[in-house]
Design a binder for this molecule. Structure first.
Ligand SMILES: Cc1cc2nc3c(=O)[nH]c(=O)nc-3n(C[C@H](O)[C@H](O)[C@H](O)COP(=O)(O)OP(=O)(O)OC[C@H]3O[C@@H](n4cnc5c(N)ncnc54)[C@H](O)[C@@H]3O)c2cc1C
Length: 360
């Protein structure tokens, strides 16, 4: 995982033409027409930001995913596995080498063992969650509405609050991971148990090793369909009240890591930074820890806004905000534009206002 700030470069670099040609020659027999050149990545991310990939292959099975990785590794070609693109910023200069978009989504359910096997490019919601709930199996419904592939969920240790009204703890995907098929960084295919991932909050071993999840088996339990439906409805409502809608206000969810007992969002809000905009990137009034793309935002705008928010919060509170998102590809230097402050749009109710209304 690459942390903030990513290395900046004024110009995009390029791979030597003979290196690219070697990659095309090796990949084409496996990928056929699915191998594309110079593909803009913004549409493949929830932030709608990022330059082109030199080579792009959307794989549709775990075997194709393993092949793509093995070929790229054998030729020592830079490569990146992309899920929903919901937790990363892609640099404006794009990504050198091969981007493997993971759309491997084969799924099967064993009704006797209550296990759900699924390839790692399947989308958690709606595909995997609906399949589980339709089969009467509980354990995944909590993560409804979160944009993620199965592979991204295992990478991140996807999490959300336990059901309303108590919402007394954070639930993690690790609680239902039984095992996973992975391609290890040294090129072997293995089935590993949940302990392999060394899970923590927003952490798995996948942040530090170049292992890739090919497929996973979730261990679920028979559940009450009405309860599962209620949890899904309540969690979707929770999200719609607090998070910007992705179709009109693209984002990558929370930008900064949680600070236990303090709250990154509260620090940003307290520093008066809601509504701060640089270029097309803005700290949304809905949730101070989420930046939105107001249209035409660049990765350079996002980096400038991250830096400004970090500096201001650190000066005013002494807390350092660490980013929780991944930075992929080549980044132009941060935008130099001075920040503007946008007023809160009508109709938005903030968390603080909601808490005040609930207390009245
Ligand atoms: C509106 C919004 C709300 C969100 N809410 C939440 C939330 O409530 N809880 C939460 O935990 N997260 C949340 N997120 C963050 C995001 O949904 C998760 O991090 C998600 O798991 C990312 O999955 P992805 O498939 O999009 O991964 P990507 O963003 O495509 O990739 C993220 C990283 O995972 C790696 N990766 C992807 N697939 C694999 C694989 N098969 N094997 C190994 N590594 C892989 C990538 O290489 C990359 O480094 C939210 C994001 C948004 C935009």
């Amino acid at each position: 995982m690459s942390a903030f700030p990513p290395p900046y470069c004024p110009e995009a670099s390029c791979l030597a033409p003979q290196v690219l040609q070697r990659a095309v020659d090796a990949l084409a027999p496996h990928a056929g027409d699915a191998l594309q050149h110079n593909v803009p990545l913004a549409p493949y991310t929830t932030f709608k930001i990022g330059g082109p990939a030199d080579l792009f292959w959307e794989v549709t099975s775990a075997d194709e995913l393993a092949t793509a990785l093995q070929v790229a590794r054998d030729l020592d070609i830079p490569h990146h596995v992309l899920g929903t693109g919901a937790n990363l910023v892609v640099g404006d200069h794009g990504v050198r080498g091969l981007v493997i978009r993971n759309a491997a989504h084969h799924l099967r359910i064993n009704r006797e063992t209550h296990q759900l096997y699924v390839e790692s490019g399947a989308t958690m919601y709606p595909d995997v969650i609906h399949a589980a709930v339709d089969a009467g199996l509980s354990g995944l419904e909590h993560y409804v509405g979160i944009p993620s592939t199965v592979g991204g969920a295992l990478w991140q240790n996807l999490h959300f609050l336990s059901p309303a009204p108590e919402r007394e703890r954070t639930m993690f995907i690790e609680e239902v991971v039984h095992e996973a098929d992975i391609l290890t960084e040294d090129g072997t295919r293995q089935t590993v148990g949940v302990d392999y991932f060394d899970y923590g909050y927003d952490y798995s071993i996948l942040h530090d090793r170049d292992d890739i999840v090919l497929a996973t088996t979730f261990q679920l339990e028979p559940g009450d369909p009405e309860r599962m439906r209620r949890i899904m409805e309540e969690n979707l409502e929770w999200r719609s009240l607090r998070h910007p809608p992705l179709d009109t206000e693209p984002s990558v969810g929370s930008i900064f890591k949680k600070i236990e007992g303090v709250g990154a969002g509260r620090l940003i809000d307290g520093a008066g930074l809601k509504g701060m905009r640089i270029g097309g990137a803005e700290v949304t009034h809905r949730h101070a820890n989420i930046f939105v793309n107001r249209g035409g935002a660049t990765a350079a705008d996002v980096c400038a806004l991250i830096r400004r928010v970090q500096q201001t919060v650190e000066e005013e509170t002494g807390y350092h905000l660490d980013t929780e998102i991944d930075f992929v590809g080549e980044f132009a230097p941060p935008s130099k534009a001075e920040p503007q402050f946008m007023p809160k749009p009508e109709g938005i109710v903030t968390a603080a206002e909601r808490a005040k209304m609930a207390a009245e």
